[in-house]
Design a protein. Sequence first.
Length: 174
Amino acid sequence: MTQQATRIDAERTAVLIMDFQQRIIANVAAEPAAVVENAARALAGARAAGIPVIYVVHRGGPFAEYAPDVELHEGVTPAEGEMVITKVRPGPFSTTALDVTLREMGRNNLVIMGVATSGCVLSSVRWAVDINYSFSVLSDACSDGDPEVHRVLTEKVYPRQGTVMTTDEFLSAI
């Protein structure tokens, strides 16, 4: 299967930034500072291009109870008016109204960032394919506790169904 075009249509695209919560980044992210920096650059570019940003935070399982470290990382906080959706399972589609929200916004192309590549990102990619979204995963704005799993997913699995690009490639595409 060929990859989708690397030109981003700002009118049909939404950025999903998932699970960039302090505890998750601290415990799961390989190179946490770099992944947060890349995500922040991608968010700034998306905002400048008029692409809506949707935050997804995990509040299930060990994150159900409030603690300061379940809050979003200070390097990627939402801008005023940006949507924050709460999920209780690894993926954002099964326990939220994300699909309805995206369809109401007229967005069928997703740019995905998340921690972990083998958790929320994998679940999002699989669900997005099943319900007919196109997507791009920003490989350097995702991370996983297992670098080899991250590599296999971003180099072998995700390119079979969508596009994998770096933050710099995303910024050039918008």
